[in-house]
Write a protein that binds this ligand. Sequence first.
Ligand SMILES: NC(=O)c1ccc[n+]([C@@H]2O[C@H](COP(=O)([O-])OP(=O)(O)OC[C@H]3O[C@@H](n4cnc5c(N)ncnc54)[C@H](OP(=O)(O)O)[C@@H]3O)[C@@H](O)[C@H]2O)c1
Ligand SMILES: *[C@@H]1O[C@H](CO)[C@@H](O)[C@H](O)[C@H]1NC(C)=O
Ligand SMILES: *[C@@H]1O[C@H](CO)[C@@H](O)[C@H](O)[C@H]1NC(C)=O
Ligand SMILES: *[C@@H]1O[C@H](CO)[C@@H](O)[C@H](O)[C@H]1NC(C)=O
Ligand SMILES: *[C@@H]1O[C@H](CO)[C@@H](O)[C@H](O)[C@H]1NC(C)=O
Length: 324
Amino acid sequence: MEWNCVQIFSHPAWAISTFILFFIIKAQQKSAWNPRKCKVQLKGKTAIVTGANTGIGKFIALDLARRDARVILGCRSAARGAAAMREIRQRSGNPNVHVRLVDTSSLSSVREFCQAVLAEEDRLDILVNNAGASGLPRGITPEGLEVSFATNHVGPFLLTHLLLDLMKHSAPARIVNVSSFNHRKGKVDFSHFKGENLTYILDSVYNHTKLHNILWTNELARRLQGTGVTANSLHPGVVMTEMMRHYHWLIRLVFRMVGIFFFKSAEQGAVSSLYCAVAEETEGITGKYFDSNCSLVLPSPLARDPVLAAKSFEYCERLVAAKL
Ligand SMILES: NC(=O)c1ccc[n+]([C@@H]2O[C@H](COP(=O)([O-])OP(=O)(O)OC[C@H]3O[C@@H](n4cnc5c(N)ncnc54)[C@H](OP(=O)(O)O)[C@@H]3O)[C@@H](O)[C@H]2O)c1
Ligand SMILES: *[C@@H]1O[C@H](CO)[C@@H](O)[C@H](O)[C@H]1NC(C)=O
Ligand SMILES: *[C@@H]1O[C@H](CO)[C@@H](O)[C@H](O)[C@H]1NC(C)=O
Ligand SMILES: *[C@@H]1O[C@H](CO)[C@@H](O)[C@H](O)[C@H]1NC(C)=O
Ligand SMILES: *[C@@H]1O[C@H](CO)[C@@H](O)[C@H](O)[C@H]1NC(C)=O
């Protein structure tokens, strides 16, 4: 009997084995910690999630809302923010979900956001710095910062620092920074912050910003010792979200196709952030980095360098102070 391609691929054995393989791969993507089994309730607590209108951030906010927290969605688009707010209220049954506008690439927007939060909130128990962008085109913000650095690092840095006293008063409180495995290819060169010496190849600039996220978290954690406020960073996994929106359509297409099999859903991508934000297992843990399986792992040697962490931190402090 002669077999051609069509016959082989239409054979039931082919369909069944593809099906089984699909489920094996999907099962592997499950994290060791399951938020649905975690019974922690957050009634009376307040949480802020930036970039909460889509992707990973939306599922982080939804889970916190289901635990009955007061949830503030830090979004830059009023329309996208309001749509997410309605969806989260409806799916969680928690009406205490609100949108507050913030564009993390703009220090003045971050300042306005924080002023409003400080004026209206009497506590802040959880802050998830999730907003971020990859593959942004070359650009300098009106405040003179490289746009990816401003969005992914300097804005969240300032935001966290302006809210730190409120968090200390609410202790125990948790800061969670959504970093990435990509930090491993990042380099530290402070001229990058102003857009110098950067090559814009795919995710090269993103990689640098995600390294600074971990360095910052570690130094912040050191400075917060004894305050009851913890700070950790994590890798969410490779997740099907709008993250690739700034890439060429061909790259996006390939990612989509590969992603159906190998990437996590946005809901699964939220798990390691939630592990840091709510799990009993991470209570009191600070200055650590978790992978997408919620395992405590070491970030790259550069990311662990305490001298570099202090330098990056002080550099950002001067940067935002100069813009006060
Ligand atoms: N997806 C992955 O595979 C992956 C892997 C490692 C790490 N991460 C990290 O996970 C985080 C969330 O990413 P995602 O995958 O969920 O991507 P996403 O679907 O693109 O969502 C990003 C979110 O950040 C917001 N955002 C972007 N720039 C902003 C700005 N200047 N001001 C305020 N908000 C801004 C977006 O708002 P708009 O909708 O208004 O643009 C959106 O809500 C990021 O920090 C990312 O680095 C993702
Ligand atoms: C995930 O973590 C669990 C428990 O810590 C471990 O047994 C498992 O091997 C890990 N899976 C991966 C893919 O690292
Ligand atoms: C970065 O660029 C500036 C000029 O824009 C140069 O003087 C400096 O040496 C460069 N730094 C590195 C580390 O290459
Ligand atoms: C960014 O980091 C990822 C993951 O480490 C790596 O695969 C990629 O090549 C890096 N991109 C660049 C341009 O260095
Ligand atoms: C990460 O967390 C530290 C605190 O540990 C904070 O100072 C820093 O601004 C955060 N960075 C991002 C990008 O969220």
